[in-house]
Ligand binder design. Structure first.
Ligand code: DGL
Length: 267
């Protein structure tokens, strides 16, 4: 039995849908969610810069949070720094998030898979390698969508959501794409809009099932030694980088999730 938390990490709120998805499957495990708002956005940074940011942050998180599993709930962090993190922290099992290109490739008929991500993710050679020469990857970077999601939605944003999503769907449709992979965790907040605007010609894919399954299989290893048994009331936490007091949007999110809210440096 291991009661230590599972860490989810993103530059902001992007990993929250992944965290919710996992929690539905496994409510007994304790979660610490880290939003690195201090370094948001990750997508416009260079790979080398992200490696330093994430190595430094992980060192701190291992000391303060002491997670039993670390989930990079962020495609940008994963393609940029997962290999280095695994090398630097060999005792901590990591779960990375990469665009679900394989299932999209298998489902598509045009041989062209669309990937929507951050600039850093789309420019990374790893994305092209996911196709393995079996299809063409057509990538588009959408930093404005990342910012739009991170700012949180107001009722006035309802029309804007569909409008913004439609703009990208049109570009993918014009390129002859029939499967589209959401390759940035922030975009999961717009999943319904993507599905609606893409239907019936383009099918949308994400990696939430894959991530939850991967965490579950790590928990099952060694006869389930990593699992928390009978944890009726997990003490879940939403942690923020930086010293600015959390504004009302973070407070509301913590309330919605029923997580406590703290600054990482104040723990
Ligand atoms: N949510 C992150 C991703 O999946 C990146 C967003 C950002 O900070 O640019 O790529």
């Amino acid at each position: 039995m291991d009661k230590r938390p599972i860490l989810f990490l993103d530059s902001g709120i992007g990993g929250i849908p992944y965290c919710r998805h996992f929690r539905q499957s496994d409510p007994a495990e304790t979660i610490s969610y880290l939003a690195d708002r201090l370094n948001f956005p990750y997508g416009t940074r260079k790979r080398a810069e992200l490696i330093v940011i994430l190595n430094t942050l992980m060192e701190k998180l291992i000391k303060i949070v002491n997670p039993k599993i670390a989930v990079l709930a962020c495609n940008t962090a994963t393609v940029s720094a997962l290999a280095e993190l695994r090398q630097c922290f060999p005792d901590l099992p990591f779960v990375g998030t990469v665009p679900a290109v394989k299932p999209a490739m298998l489902a598509g008929k045009t041989g062209k898979v669309g990937v929507l991500g951050t600039e850093r993710t789309i420019e990374d050679p790893y994305i092209q390698s996911l196709a393995g020469g079996n299809c063409e990857i057509f990538g588009i970077a959408a930093p404005e969508l990342v910012t739009f999601v991170e700012q949180g939605f107001t009722p006035a944003d309802e029309n804007k959501k569909s409008k913004l999503v439609k703009k990208y769907i049109n570009r993918f449709r014009d390129a002859g794409v029939d499967t589209l992979v959401l390759g940035c965790t922030h975009f999961l907040f717009l999943l319904e809009e993507f599905k609606r605007e893409a239907a019936p010609h383009i099918k949308i894919f994400d990696s939430m099932d894959g991530i939850t399954q991967r965490i579950e299989s790590l928990l099952d290893e060694k006869n389930g030694a990593r699992r928390t048994k009978n944890n009726a009331l997990p003490q879940n936490r939403l942690l923020l980088t930086g010293t600015e007091p959390p504004d009302s949007s973070w407070q509301n999110l913590a309330k919605q999730l029923d997580f406590s809210l703290s600054l990482l440096d104040k723990l």
